[in-house]
Design a protein around this ligand. Structure first.
Ligand code: UDP
Length: 338
């Protein structure tokens, strides 16, 4: 069935991969993006409405273009460290932005939403792997604003009959396996792109000894002392959005629903670097730096619910395959070491 879908943040890292998939599936896609971190050239095949979720008039404009049947909501600020320094930005973008979106949906009589949420809504793990029933006690404003958005979705479900799915990503990673789209954050703070940028620096003739790569803490309670995370490929995240949308439309899931998305396998920072060495063939070195505020030692998903309820299973189960897609994309960029 051909659907009319609004994708907020569709010019961003994960949103742009989603747009490509939806367009390929034959859907009619409208993107609402303020291009603050997204890229106009990443929305091929979609109608781009340049606008800001914090401005009601812009959101109304996105709905005004034609009947929308489903919304996928990616637009958000998503750096943990920045959220501690500048919580106002996070409450405005992630909370006020989401409320404006929900209100515009209510006015337009659109009740189905798939939301880009995060394992940061859980805070420090009290049990591993983490399931959806894990307590949600965020330890930073980023996680708190995403949790607040989830709560609004849940309340809108009860009061106004919204059917919504919050997909709680663990560590989104990798690039378009076809090499058309990638991860373009500025500044980049995420581990895998930073390791790959270091590999590119070395490949370009840089001295491995002058490494710019930091491992944030090697004294955690893990086998090699560095933090363990569950890296999930963005193509798998996008596939989960499609499945969630189909379930919402088919009435198979209703009200508010939350699903973890991860592979269930954890890799330490040092293991990630080792995998990148292997995939890139470059002599990647690192320095040990102090811990980053708010980093729990381990975050690993139980995605059992997504498997049973959505029929989702990740295709990228090996970290090396995830890294390979990122390496291929970054290798083709014109000024990769900037
Ligand atoms: N990390 C690191 N060096 C970096 C960037 C990240 O050691 O330059 C670590 C970070 O402390 C965390 C893991 O890598 O344990 C993944 O961090 P990332 O920022 O990619 O994702 P997050 O877990 O914050 O969502």
């Amino acid at each position: 069935m051909k659907l009319s879908i609004l994708v907020t943040g569709g010019a961003g890292y994960i949103g742009s991969h989603m747009v490509k998939l939806l367009v390929r599936e034959g859907h009619q896609v409208t993107v609402l993006d303020n291009l603050s971190t997204g890229h106009r050239d990443a929305t091929a095949g979609a109608k781009l409405v340049e606008g800001d979720l914090r401005r009601e008039a812009d959101v109304a404009r996105a709905f005004g273009a034609g009947r929308i049947e489903v919304v996928m909501h990616f637009a958000a600020s998503c750096y943990v460290g920045e959220s501690v320094q500048n919580p106002a930005k996070y409450y405005a973008n992630n909370v006020i932005g989401t409320i404006n979106l929900l209100e515009a949906m209510r006015r337009a009589d659109v009740s189905r939403l798939v939301f880009s949420s995060t394992c940061s809504t859980y805070g420090d793990p009290v049990a591993l792997p983490m399931s959806e029933s894990h307590p949600q006690l965020p330890v930073n404003p980023y996680g708190m604003t995403k949790l607040t958005a989830e709560r609004a979705m849940s309340d809108y479900g009860r009061a106004y009959g919204f059917d919504t799915a919050a997909l709680r990503y663990f560590n989104a990673a990798g690039c378009d396996p076809e090499g058309e789209l990638g991860e373009r954050h500025d500044p980049e703070t995420h581990l895998i792109p930073l390791v790959i940028k270091e590999a590119l620096r070395v490949r370009a003739g840089g001295n491995p000894e002058d490494t710019q790569l930091n491992v944030f803490g090697d004294d955690f309670d893990t086998p090699d002392g560095s933090c363990i995370r569950d890296y999930v490929h963005i193509a798998d995240l996008c596939a989960a959005h499609l499945l969630a949308m189909e379930r919402l439309l088919g009435g198979k899931v209703s009200g508010f629903n939350a699903f973890n998305l991860g592979t269930g396998k954890g890799y330490s920072v040092k293991e990630v670097i080792e995998t990148c060495r292997h995939v890139t063939g470059q002599d990647i070195r690192y320095k040990i730096a102090t811990r980053r505020a708010g980093d729990p030692a381990r975050l690993v998903a139980s995605a059992a619910l997504a498997r049973t309820e959505l029929g989702w299973s990740p295709h990228f189960n090996e970290l090396s395959d995830i890294v390979d897609t990122a390496w291929r994309w970054f290798s083709r960029q014109p000024s990769p070491t900037s």
